[in-house]
Design a protein around this ligand. Structure first.
Ligand code: IPM
Ligand code: MG
Length: 358
């Protein structure tokens, strides 16, 4: 098969890690007999520099035309003082919204090879850790009405958290479906003791639940969830939550797995078209220095193969290759520990590509 992939390298370490992810895909193509074509596109700070906008129209059009989107990272201090609508982050929000990518899947897996990098006590993660955060991505406070206004106390600013029943229902369905394929436990996270939007969220999740009698559903307030994630992360299988809570909890979940440099993500629309990216940022301080960890991006390619292209064997091969390289004792700088062999970004990409086999 031939697949066309829109590639948005973005800013900072974006180009460093995307280069290695392309290597992985090309190698998967060679081994399994597929053709992966790449179309490079601008978005983020680099697009602002070139075209005066973080998200050029032609990038959106090309992404819509492609079979999937691969994204590195956007943003950096150079663009931090721009007004809100011109900031590189707007490229991400714009792509998510315009491509209808409402379902963000963020798996947090503790690779046994990296157990030492985990910051929690050994007993808390004994036997490994494998949870999935399902974050609603095109609604909530990120996209609600926002603005500033003059008041008697000076300027005030506001962002509205708003969810419709339909928005909650469709993300709940995604989460229940995923739970069915995993350990059949779903925790819906909200702040229903305070927020009206959370009370609606909880009601709709409960309405969806009877269609999945085998899934054990529970509800948890977000403050408690933040605490439980570090107290006993193994109690979670699938977590479903809104845009803002999901942003925060997925960063937290990433750290209990050892390194944010290991976590991939998929952002999907109703047809399983998706954008795939690491959950970490653009790390401008290490850009171009051949030290960034490309594994989260390579694992994102694995998710692309699995979720959008339905190529499970190929996806397994990518994950196995990453683990193989780790098992051989090779570590990028962020994962380095005494006795391990250091490898740079390029070497990591080469080793993983070479380890891909049927
Ligand atoms: C993420 C990031 C983005 C978000 C930023 C860069 C806009 O933190 O993907 O988690 O807040 O969604
Ligand atoms: Mg985030």
């Amino acid at each position: 098969m031939e697949y066309n992939i829109a590639v948005v390298s973005g800013d900072g370490i974006g180009p460093d890690i995307i280069r290695e992810a392309k290597k992985t895909l090309t190698r998967v193509g060679d081994v399994f007999g597929h053709q992966f074509q790449f179309e490079d596109l601008l978005a983020g700070g680099c697009a602002f520099d070139a075209h005066g906008t973080p998200l050029p129209e032609e990038t959106v059009t090309a992404c819509k035309r492609a079979d999937a989107v691969l994204l590195g990272a956007v943003g950096g201090p150079k663009w931090d003082t721009l007004p809100g609508h011109q900031r590189p982050e707007q490229a991400l929000l714009g792509l998510r919204k315009q491509l209808g990518l409402f379902a963000n899947l963020r798996p947090a897996i503790l690779f046994p090879e990296l157990a030492d990098a985990c910051l929690l006590r050994k007993e808390a993660v004994e036997g490994g850790l494998d949870l999935m955060v399902v974050r609603e991505l095109t609604g909530g406070i990120y996209f609600g009405e926002k603005g500033t206004k003059e008041t008697e106390q000076g300027l005030a600013a506001y962002d509205v958290e708003i969810y419709s029943e339909e928005e909650v229902r469709r993300i709940a369905v995604v989460a229940f479906e995923l739970a069915m394929k995993r350990n059949r436990r779903l925790t819906s996270v909200d702040k229903a003791n305070i927020l009206e939007s959370s009370r609606l969220w909880r009601r709709v999740v409960n309405e969806v639940a009877p269609a999945y009698p085998e899934v054990m559903l529970s509800h948890m307030y977000v403050d408690n969830a933040a605490m439980q994630l570090v107290r006993d992360p193994r109690q979670f299988d699938v977590i479903v939550t809104g845009n803002l809570f999901g942003d925060i909890l997925s960063d937290e979940a990433s750290m209990i797995t050892g390194s944010i440099g290991m976590l991939p993500s998929a952002s999907l629309n109703v047809e399983n078209f998706g954008m795939y990216e690491p959950i970490h940022g653009s790390a401008p301080d290490i850009a171009g220095k051949n030290v960034a960890n490309p594994m989260a991006t390579i694992l994102s390619v694995g998710m692309m193969l699995r979720y959008t292209f339905g190529l499970a064997k190929e996806a397994d091969a990518v994950e196995a290759a990453v683990r193989n390289v780790l098992r051989q004792g090779y570590r990028t700088q962020d994962l380095m520990s005494p006795g391990m062999n250091a490898m740079g970004t390029e070497e990591a990409g080469d080793r993983i590509a070479a380890a891909i086999g049927k």
